[in-house]
Design a protein around this ligand. Structure first.
Ligand code: ZN
Length: 174
């Protein structure tokens, strides 16, 4: 396994639509292993392949707590079968938008089909945090970021703050 660099806004790759995986081979498994290591190191609870610059429809998620046994979920080519009408709010953040958080409303539950680490077709019904996390990551596969769900005012504020952070970092580097 190898830890990869996580792309951050305004990197234009984050806005591209990822391609379905056609064959789950050793390369795909290596990608998933690397994504998991990168996510754990960040640390984060979900990561889409596009966030390490690979435009494939692959997601890793692990909602286990620090003192619990790791419980990774590998999701390849996810399809949303249905979403609830009822919404839930979570304060979301994103490894590609460092240090910024905002409340996002999404369906409280969803059902998806996908291929697992070994290419086996599976379905899960997710609620609460898992449902939010899955929807956030599927958005990434379609070039959508959580800030796109906010009002223009809130989105602009976050973009402005991240620009400022970037300027600060660049100054230190120079
Ligand atoms: Zn994200």
């Amino acid at each position: 396994m190898a830890k990869k660099k996580i792309l951050t806004i305004p990197n234009s790759i984050l806005r591209k639509v990822s391609e379905p995986v056609t064959k789950i081979d050793t390369e795909t498994k290596k990608l998933m292993d690397n994504m998991l290591e990168t996510m754990y190191a960040a640390p984060g609870i979900g990561l889409a392949a596009v966030q390490i610059g690979v435009l494939k429809r692959v997601i890793v998620i692990d909602l286990s707590k620090a003192d619990e046994k790791k419980d990774p979920l590998f999701i390849i080519n996810p399809e949303i079968i249905n979403k609830s009408n009822e919404l839930a709010s979570y304060e979301e953040g994103c490894l590609s938008i460092p240090n910024q958080f905002a409340e996002v409303k999404r369906p409280i539950s969803c059902k998806i089909s996908f291929l697992d680490y070994n290419g086996k077709k599976k379905e899960i019904s997710a609620n609460g945090l898992l449902a939010t996390c899955i929807q956030h990551e599927i958005d990434h596969l379609n070039g959508i970021l959580f800030i796109d769900h906010l009002s223009k005012l809130k989105k602009d504020l976050i973009l402005k703050k991240t620009n400022k952070q970037k300027i600060k970092i660049d100054r230190v580097v120079v």
